[in-house]
Design a protein around this ligand. Structure first.
Ligand code: NIG
Ligand code: FE
Length: 409
């Protein structure tokens, strides 16, 4: 099976198999009048003009911009219900963490997720994945964390596993049992942490249900010390560590990420200089979520300082029913330019190669280079700036996953 995509007006891609920070984050290889030759779902060659003696299927790119398929490295994809009923509260100024402390927020989604059966959860998630694919997203990370007991967490992770066979996007699964303290453990934090470490994590690892473990390290949720214990236990079982750090308050999450060599630290809205230095020292990818800042009316993370400090920055949606009920990575790309002051080239790396590295896929996707999976987007334009400059409508023209056209024409 081969496919030649020719007449690409501009091919633009980062290069390599690992995250890029500092000046290298903005290093984008470009080629005009390019082609992409695909064999058996992988990129066989990238070149200019036309390859010699090609016989097989072809696709005329019509002079369009071609980039790698986008990677959404942070979503809470599988959940029951929505939280539209919290909108008015938020508009009236009730803080996100107060809603959670009153048994709403994440805990309200936990009730809805526990009540839903696997098929209902899967169908709802498939709908979202469909929309993401049409926007050019070809790989995506999915966190659990709305079950908060062993069976319910495993249920959520099993749903994610079944989704892999029901749609084309590559999915990476993260266990996030430490997303909130469930109501039945109120007053018994130790009991719940013990359950996460000694019951949930071993089962998740044994059943191969997740590649990563994430913790919500936040004031009133899990402390840095509790997060450390959980993440060290996860690492000992072979899972990579991720951490929701400094989203609302800086309570030591970014420092912890650096100390334990987490693969990525998420949010980092309140990260200070010491936190940024710790990320750099620990080789941690900063996974920034600007749509969440927008939605919660919070400041935007110090992305410019992070890039300048040499921390590889990735940008993702954080799609979830509470702090970001939207799954549009193209909007995240816009916000990363306008609010983070990152350049289009830097943002392209943030949503492709660096995002792939944040979920362990940088050897497989995230760039347009021979040997990688053939995941690509043809855009409704011939230049890179345009897709960061326009917003509010889908600018992806054709989406290719593993060498197949999966969205668009
Ligand atoms: O990344 N902060 C913790 N988790 C999500 C929100 C989850 C929810 O509100 O349901 C986040 O913002
Ligand atoms: Fe999140």
């Amino acid at each position: 099976m081969s496919l030649l995509i020719y007449n690409i007006g501009l091919l633009a891609t980062p290069q390599g198999q690992s995250a890029r920070g500092g000046a290298a984050q903005g290093d984008i290889y470009t080629l005009k009048d390019a082609y992409l030759l695909i064999r058996d779902g992988r990129i066989a060659a990238v070149g200019q003009g036309m390859p010699r003696d090609y016989e097989g299927e072809t696709l005329d790119a019509g002079g369009r911009l071609c980039t790698p398929g986008l990677v959404d490295a942070h979503t809470h994809l599988v959940f029951g219900g929505w939280r539209a009923h919290e909108l008015a509260l938020k508009l009236q100024g009730v803080p996100y963490l107060d809603i959670l402390a009153q048994g709403g927020g994440i805990l309200s989604t936990v009730r809805a997720t526990r009540a839903a059966d696997e098929e209902a959860l899967a169908e709802k998630a498939l709908d979202v994945l469909d929309g993401m694919l049409a926007l050019g997203v070809t790989s995506c990370e999915c966190k659990s964390g709305y079950g908060l007991d062993t069976e319910q967490e495993l249920k959520q992770l099993r749903v994610t596993r079944t989704l892999q066979d029901r749609q084309p996007m590559t999915l990476v699964s993260t266990f996030m049992g430490a997303h909130a303290l469930p109501e039945e453990y109120r007053g018994n934090r130790e009991g719940y942490i013990d359950l996460v470490i000694n019951d949930m994590l071993p089962r998740v690892a044994r059943e191969g249900l997740a590649q990563y473990c994430d913790v919500f390290c936040e004031q009133g949720v899990f402390s840095a010390e509790e997060s450390r214990r959980i993440l060290l236990a996860a690492q000992a079982l072979g899972l990579g560590a991720k951490i929701h750090a400094d989203e609302v308050e800086a309570i030591g999450g970014s420092r912890l990420a650096g100390e334990i060599g987490a693969v990525s630290a998420e949010h980092l809205i309140a990260a200070d200089d010491a936190g940024i230095a710790a990320l750099k020292a620990g080789g941690v990818i900063a996974c920034l979520l600007p749509a969440t800042s927008l939605y919660l009316g919070k400041p935007f993370a110090r992305a410019r300082d992070m890039v300048n400090a040499g921390v590889p920055v990735c940008a993702a949606t954080d799609f979830n029913p509470g702090s970001c009920p939207g799954s549009n990575l193209q909007l995240v790309m816009n916000l990363a330019c306008w609010q983070y002051r990152l350049l289009p080239q830097e943002v392209l790396t943030a949503v492709t190669l660096n995002a792939a590295a944040a979920i362990g896929l940088a050897g497989e996707v995230g760039t347009l280079e021979a040997g990688k999976r053939a995941d690509a987007v043809l855009w409704d334009t011939d230049n890179l700036d345009y897709i960061f400059y326009r917003f509010g409508q889908n600018l992806a023209h054709t989406v290719i996953k593993d060498g197949h056209i999966v969205a668009g024409t």
